[in-house]
Design a protein around this ligand. Structure first.
Ligand SMILES: Cc1cc2nc3c(=O)[nH]c(=O)nc-3n(C[C@H](O)[C@H](O)[C@H](O)COP(=O)(O)OP(=O)(O)OC[C@H]3O[C@@H](n4cnc5c(N)ncnc54)[C@H](O)[C@@H]3O)c2cc1C
Length: 431
């Protein structure tokens, strides 16, 4: 049984069949849409891709037929009993299972404020959200306010800016990308955004929004000047879709707590993707890491293990790699808890690496796109249990070597590079 038909679910089906499972698989879908990739919905709303491109696997049946699984459309799970081994669906159906994967993703959060029910207030996660925004854009709005200065917020700021709207970005944090950027990097990005005429408002929250003849008048808790908008986009995070779970039966916090095999506290019940709390390799604690690569790896691992394999997935290093408004921003790992850091800045390009306990724990890069993947992979490998120390052969050391290459490329003559704090090299493990 698989609850959900998203990115983690599709990978779980692949894992099940690849590991030789020949039994029946039921997949519960809440609607009759094909499996879509939430990463692509803003591109559709912006008119950059066709409607069909949001469904990279083609028609729902194409994805699930390939793995010979039974898809139950319009049948969201409404309750799950681990003890009885049954799932109840919204249409009154009762389905039995031997093993079950919770892959129901997450839904956008809207912090409560007066006026949040206005049709001008929107979120961005689903195909319906994208269709709604696209039709709002066709009415030629003039002003948009985006609340939430994260990856999704940045993509929406770009969408509105490119469409010629006057745009404001607000966050209760004191800067853009508060979870993935160091303040030094945030400030550089903010400078560019301000230079484009984008209004920035940080360290405050929306208190209420009032319909006026001028559009929505948006008030803030710090009593700063209200902002007017035809569209108020709220992207302040997501909440795992796990209301159908009995929390006395399955351990949950923000999501379903899973081990490295993606199994929950209830034997035979697994979870993957944005509904699960697996290992965050940066913090070393179980957290929801809401990125696609994590959902896919977790889904595949769960599928293999449901089929009887013994596969482990150590976890993911949070990373934020965004191309927006002609900038390439990369935030990898922990950029806010560190012992020392080292930075280079040249011609507007900026890179910064952070060290904790003698090892690289994170990095920010602005307009260093090509190095991001290599660097991230090296850091991920260095965080896997039993492989977390820096010696010459370790991936973390290679990550550091990549950093040295960046330094050398940016500063071949040792001239214009700005070096801040930082050790000469990560500490080597004593042998
Ligand atoms: C706008 C946006 C941009 C993003 N950009 C990036 C990016 O650039 N890079 C990146 O790595 N990640 C990005 N992400 C995150 C990434 O898309 C998610 O981490 C990933 O899709 C999670 O996969 P999932 O399978 O857990 O959830 P989903 O893909 O959301 O699938 C879950 C499915 O389960 C269904 N469901 C919910 N409740 C039930 C129920 N009770 N019964 C049955 N089915 C149910 C849902 O309707 C949904 O179809 C972005 C997300 C958004 C919203």
């Amino acid at each position: 049984m698989i609850i959900g038909n998203g990115m983690a679910a599709a990978e779980a089906c692949r894992g099940l069949r690849k590991s030789g499972f020949t039994g029946e698989v039921d997949v519960l879908a809440p609607d009759d849409l094909p499996t879509y990739n939430p990463m692509l919905v803003t591109y559709y709303a912006a008119g950059l891709i066709d409607y069909s491109a949001m469904f990279p696997g083609g028609d729902s049946n194409e994805v699930f037929d390939r793995y010979g699984v039974r898809l139950h459309r319009r049948s969201p799970a409404v309750s799950l009993s681990a003890a009885e081994r049954i799932v109840r669906t919204s249409d009154g159906g009762i389905l039995r299972f031997d093993k079950c994967l919770i892959a129901s993703g997450a839904s956008p959060l809207i912090p409560p404020f007066d006026g949040m029910d206005s049709p001008r207030v929107m979120v961005m996660r689903t195909v319906d959200d994208a269709v709604r925004l696209k039709s709002a854009m066709e009415k030629k709005p003039r002003r948009a306010v985006v609340v939430g200065a994260s990856m999704v917020g940045a993509k929406l700021v770009e969408l509105f800016f490119r469409a010629g709207l006057s745009v404001a970005l607000a966050d209760r944090a004191d800067r853009i990308f508060p979870l993935s950027a160091h303040p030094d990097c945030s400030r550089m990005i903010e400078k560019r955004l301000a230079g484009m005429g984008i209004t920035l408002r940080f360290s405050t929250e929306v208190s209420r929004a009032v319909e006026t003849s001028e559009g929505l008048e948006i008030f803030f808790k710090d009593d700063s000047e209200p902002l007017y908008a035809d569209i108020l986009m709220v992207c302040v995070g997501a909440r795992a879709n796990i209301d159908f779970i009995d929390r006395d039966e399955i351990d949950t916090r923000q999501g379903v707590l899973v081990n490295s095999r993606m199994e929950s506290s209830a034997p035979g019940i697994y979870a993957a993707g944005d509904a699960s709390q697996g290992m965050n390799l940066s913090s070393g604690v179980q957290q929801i890491v809401g990125i696609l690569s994590n959902a896919r790896r977790q889904g595949y691992t769960a599928g293999c293990n449901m089929a009887g394999a013994n596969m482990e997935y150590a976890g993911e290093l949070p990373h934020n790699i965004v191309h927006f408004l002609d900038m390439n921003f990369v935030g990898i790992g922990d950029t806010n808890r560190y012992d020392s850091c080292e930075s280079v800045e040249e011609g507007g390009r900026f890179a910064q690496v952070f060290y904790r306990d003698g090892e690289i724990c994170g990095a920010n890069m602005l307009d260093f796109f090509s190095e991001a993947g290599t660097f991230k992979n090296a850091l991920v490998k260095s965080r896997h249990p039993g492989n977390g120390h820096c010696d010459h052969g370790s991936p973390a050391w290679r990550g550091w070597s990549d950093w040295q290459n960046i330094l050398a490329r940016m500063d071949p003559r040792g001239g214009s590079v700005l070096r801040l704090r930082g050790p000469a090299a990560p500490a080597r493990r004593a042998s």
